[in-house]
Write a protein that binds this ligand. Structure first.
Ligand code: G6P
Length: 369
């Protein structure tokens, strides 16, 4: 097992550090930024189905559901197709409206999740075209779907999903870009810029991994907090959900993710000097709005840990701790902003003496209801 961990103390840490290479593996052969090409065989073969879709329904569970939420923002922005994101377990039991013109995308790392599988079968019964985004080759979901695109994350052993999440977002972003190209919903300069930026993501992830010591230091300060709040807006709202999920899964600290502006409708009541609030505040996305959210936290003495773009000064003045990330466009930022949150959860869990790779009560793949 020590050999499999490749010198890392835990699989989770190894998998966090693999992200630059597995993101690259995931777009290799599919993305050629200089030539303006983005193509995935499963999409090319079924392009008409995607282009004729009135709507995309994404079904998934857990972290994969969070990747689906990020994809909702990306698909709607890039390809102007309405998207709904559903928990597979809710979708399958609520007699949902599924049309023949719907494209259903099922996202699953393991490809074995029972609820996601049931949602796929239901969608097929209604005549929808079902596309899988799976990590495990030959898995049940990859076989049950009409077509699909694999993530190339390699085996993910840690129960808390890390590299599967970022590679899922990579695949979904490429699909959205491909559809945008076909539909002409992105301007040509924007389309080319996104391709170039996507190609640079592995290097930027590498850069963020260098902030590991900062995450560790912050973890030392907050490891005994009973609660933690995560806030983000737009593309980074699902990242806030994912950050909170990661922390609760492996450290057993109660954590909640919220869209930053919703804070005033509830969570703000919880904020006092004992409440750490992690705010995802990159320069590109609704920056001024998030700065005012941070001010609201500060005036209630909450402890602010902010993920900011390198060179940021405004948030730095207000926050107790900052983690700097390289600049990227708003739409691609989840691939970057999620990394420090993974590291933070990891270090907190280790410091609390938790079993990081196999947290209590959780299973890597949930094959029963
Ligand atoms: C379990 C795992 C999670 C995962 C979820 C969905 O709860 O512990 O990490 O996100 O299942 O799994 P899937 O394999 O379908 O992505």
């Amino acid at each position: 097992e020590q050999i499999e961990k490749g010198g890392y103390e835990h699989f989770m840490l190894k998998e966090i550090y693999e992200q630059p290479s597995v993101i690259k593996d995931t777009y290799r052969g599919r993305l050629h930024a200089n030539e303006g090409i983005v193509q995935l065989a499963g999409v090319e073969d079924n392009l008409e189905k995607f282009l004729n879709a009135d709507r995309i329904i994404i079904v998934a569970c857990g972290t994969s559901w969070h990747a689906g939420l990020v994809a909702e923002y990306i698909f709607e922005e890039f390809a102007r197709i309405p998207v709904e994101v559903e928990y597979a377990s809710e979708f399958r039991y609520r007699n949902p409206i599924i049309n023949k013109t719907d494209v259903v995308i099922a996202i699953s790392q393991s490809g074995e999740t029972a609820d996601t599988m049931a949602a796929i079968k239901l969608a097929k019964e209604h005549g929808a075209f079902v596309f899988g985004v799976c990590n495990v080759v030959g898995s049940s979901i990859s076989r049950e779907t009409h077509a699909g695109a694999y993530t190339h994350a390699g085996p993910e052993i840690g129960v808390a999903s890390t590299k599967a999440f970022t590679t899922q977002i990579t695949v979904l972003t490429m699909i959205a870009l491909r559809l945008a190209k076909a539909k002409g919903t992105l301007s040509s300069p924007d389309f080319h810029r996104y391709l170039q930026e996507l190609e640079l993501i592995p290097d930027k992830v590498k850069e963020v991994l260098e902030t590991n010591d900062v995450a560790k230091e912050i973890a030392g300060v907050f490891k005994d907090s009973p609660n933690c709040l995560y806030l983000g807006r737009g593309y980074n709202f699902p990242v806030a959900l994912e950050g909170a999920l990661k922390l609760k899964e492996i450290s057993y600290i109660h954590a909640e993710g919220y869209p930053a502006a919703e804070m005033k409708h509830g969570p703000i009541a919880l904020i006092d000097e004992h409440m750490p609030v992690i705010v995802i505040a990159p320069k590109q996305g609704h920056y001024d709005k998030i700065v005012s959210n941070i001010q609201e936290i500060k005036s209630r003495s909450g402890k602010i840990i902010a993920v900011v773009t390198k060179g940021d000064t405004q948030v730095r003045e207000l926050a107790d701790y900052v983690i700097e990330i390289p600049e990227t466009s708003d739409a691609l930022s989840p691939l970057i902003t999620t990394i420090p949150l993974q590291l933070l959860s990891y270090h907190i869990a280790v410091m609390r003496g938790c079993n990081v790779d196999q947290p209590r009560n959780l299973a890597k793949s949930v094959t029963v209801e």
